[in-house]
Each structure stands twice: as structure tokens, then as C-alpha cells.
Ligand binder design. Structure first.
Ligand code: SF4
Length: 268
């Protein structure tokens, strides 16, 4: 059991992190109360609380898009020694993404934990369905995301008490209702922290410019978000930002499985 302490003005005296396995209604309501209290707190305050309470048992899962580099800069400034960053190297990333990963690694003098897909699963998939299977149908695309992203993320999160994301509510219709602190029912009920859930895009870019944060140069080429090379593209002015991902699919299907809320999908 991990007892949390009231820090940085966040009123969390009543919060007790019971355990990864705990699924009690008491736990659920404690987290719901916590989320309500934290809704108005700043990203920095939430990250301080997360890092101080969970240390290296919490990590940012980063695709090295604009939101993620903002959070990395904040985490390093809070406590570099407890800044834990993981990333999923799907084997299909853009060169620009490797460039910014190295820039970040060198600038902040931190290591980045890469998680790769299981090689046998990838080999079997591409032997059976080809290299560009994702364009053929939604099942193939989800299979590829499952093998290259979801399974490695599950492995990465298995030993953690929580993870941090750069999700923002305005990014997609599927993200409108995210809380800054949630229970991740897809990953053993660990905490999921979304410290910039209420930020808009302008706030992200102002932070990057003001603080000189290295960013992915794909953004300069019109990419609103960063993902795998075959499934991510630049958009034109006025186009919906989600049209930069899996543009051949219906918008309601555009999640890779990393951020699915299974408590919702079970009800559908
Ligand atoms: S985003 Fe595309 S390439 Fe990447 S894992 Fe999903 S389907 Fe495969």
C-alpha cells in the first residue's frame, strides 16, 4: 500500500493508493474525488504530485509529439532523477521522431526507455498479411496497432503504478471526457495522469517556444500529431486535426488501442 502525502497545495489528505489490483468502489470513488479536486490544478502541480508520490513507478509514455515534449521539460525541471520516459518504437516511425528523441536525450541528459514489438509476432503478421496490411481493412490496422503498440505498452506498464500522457480533450471526440487523473481499467487499474487535458494547442506551442523545448520537425511540415509513418500525415489549414491519422477510416474508429476506455467500450 502506498500512502500519499499532501504536497504542493494539492488537497489529497484523504487519498490512499490502495494497490494496482484494487477494484473496489471505495478506490473508484477516491480517484473520482481526487480527479475533481485536481481539475483546476496546473499541469506542473499535478506532475509534482505524481512524481513525488510515485517516483520511478510512474512514467510518461511519449510519442514525442508537441504535448509530450512540454511534459518532458516540466518533469525534468521538477526532478530529473525521477523523470522516467518510455516510448514505443513500432519499427515504422519517421526519421524526424528519432531525431527529436536524440535531441531530447542529449539536451536534458536523460535516458529514454524504448519498447519494441515482439519480433516473432511482427514476422508472422507481415508474412501472412504483407507490409502495408493496415490500409486493407480495419481488422488488419488494429492487428498491426495491437502488435506494434498495444502489446509493448502493456509490457511497459506492467510494473508501474501509473502513467502520464499528453492527451488533450480538444484533440479528438474520443478524448472529450478525459479527466486529469483517471483509473486505467485497461491496464490493471493503475493511475492515468493527463496533466494538460485542458490545454489548447496554442498553449502547447507557447510553452515550447518560451522554454526552447526541442520539438518534432514533422510539426513544421503540417503534422498535427506524431505516430507511425504509414498512418500519419500532414493536414491542410482548416482540416480536422484527426484527419492526420488513419485518414482512410471513419473518425469514430481512430484510436490505436493505447487509450481505450474499456469501461465505456463494454457498455456499447
Ligand atoms: S499506426 Fe499504423 S504502422 Fe503504426 S502500429 Fe498502427 S497500423 Fe501499424
Amino acid at each position: 500500500m502506498i500512502e500519499s502525502h499532501s504536497v504542493h497545495g494539492i488537497d489529497d489528505d484523504n487519498f490512499t493508493f490502495l494497490s494496482n489490483q484494487n477494484q473496489s468502489s471505495e478506490y473508484n470513488s477516491a480517484i473520482a474525488n481526487l480527479a475533481n479536486k485536481y481539475e483546476k490544478k496546473s499541469a506542473i502541480d499535478i506532475l509534482k504530485w505524481s512524481i513525488e508520490n510515485f517516483g520511478n513507478k510512474i512514467a510518461l509514455a511519449s510519442s514525442f509529439g508537441a504535448e509530450d515534449v512540454v511534459i518532458i521539460d516540466m518533469m525534468v525541471k521538477i526532478d530529473k532523477t525521477k523523470t522516467k520516459i518510455l516510448t514505443l518504437d513500432t519499427g515504422r516511425l519517421n526519421q524526424e521522431t528519432y531525431d527529436v528523441m536524440d535531441e531530447i536525450r542529449k539536451k536534458y541528459d536523460i535516458s529514454i526507455e524504448s519498447y519494441f514489438p515482439n519480433s516473432e509476432e511482427v514476422e508472422e503478421m507481415v508474412r501472412g498479411k504483407g507490409f502495408n496490411l493496415m490500409y486493407e481493412n480495419i481488422e488488419n490496422r488494429k492487428l498491426c496497432c495491437g502488435i506494434r503498440k498495444v502489446n509493448p505498452l502493456n509490457r511497459a506498464l506492467a510494473s508501474l503504478d501509473g502513467w502520464i500522457t499528453g492527451l488533450r480533450r480538444e484533440q479528438a471526440s474520443t478524448r472529450l471526457n478525459i479527466k486529469k487523473i483517471e483509473i486505467d481499467s485497461s491496464h490493471n487499474n493503475i493511475l492515468k495522469i493527463n496533466p494538460i487535458a485542458d490545454w489548447n494547442e496554442d498553449m502547447v506551442w507557447k510553452y515550447i517556444k518560451k522554454n526552447g523545448v526541442p520539438y518534432n520537425k514533422l510539426h513544421d511540415k503540417g503534422y498535427p500529431s506524431i505516430g507511425c509513418e504509414p498512418c500519419t500525415r500532414a493536414i491542410s489549414k482548416g482540416e480536422n486535426r484527426r484527419s492526420g491519422r488513419w485518414w482512410w477510416e471513419e473518425s469514430s474508429q481512430k484510436e490505436c488501442g493505447l487509450h481505450l476506455d474499456h469501461s465505456i467500450t463494454k457498455k456499447i
